[in-house]
Design a binder for this molecule. Structure first.
Ligand SMILES: [Zn+2]
Length: 110
């Protein structure tokens, strides 16, 4: 099992001390389980794969767009997504549509 780098100074020499992780370089100690929860925003695609900022996804079904003359077609590739809070939890730009918000349940990570 590999340990994460120190969240404060990014040192790779982190070691385990009981349930805590300890950084020998800046003396920071933390509970890795707590850090995971603080990351907060968890956005899953239609397959349950966790998405991250900068991912490329494809749209899995035709999506109607309010005010647009056409739908976003199934299979449309969306590059460089940004995760946001809310019902439509993906911020992105789609060619021909411009800045958009999508629901993660309608996309699939490539
Ligand atoms: Zn450190």
């Amino acid at each position: 099992m590999s340990l994460p780098n120190c969240p404060k100074c990014n040192s790779e020499y982190v070691y385990e001390d009981g349930i805590l992780l300890v950084c020998p370089e800046c003396a920071y100690e933390w509970d890795p389980n707590e850090v995971a929860e603080e990351e907060g925003l968890v956005v899953l695609d239609s397959n349950g794969t966790r998405l991250a900022d900068g991912d490329t996804v494809t749209v899995i079904k035709d999506l109607k767009v309010k005010g647009a003359p056409k739908d976003i077609k199934q299979g449309t590739r969306v590059k460089n997504i940004r995760l946001v809070e809310g019902d439509h939890n993906i911020d992105c730009k789609i060619d021909g549509f411009g800045a958009m918000k999508l629901k993660s349940e309608f996309v699939k990570k490539i």
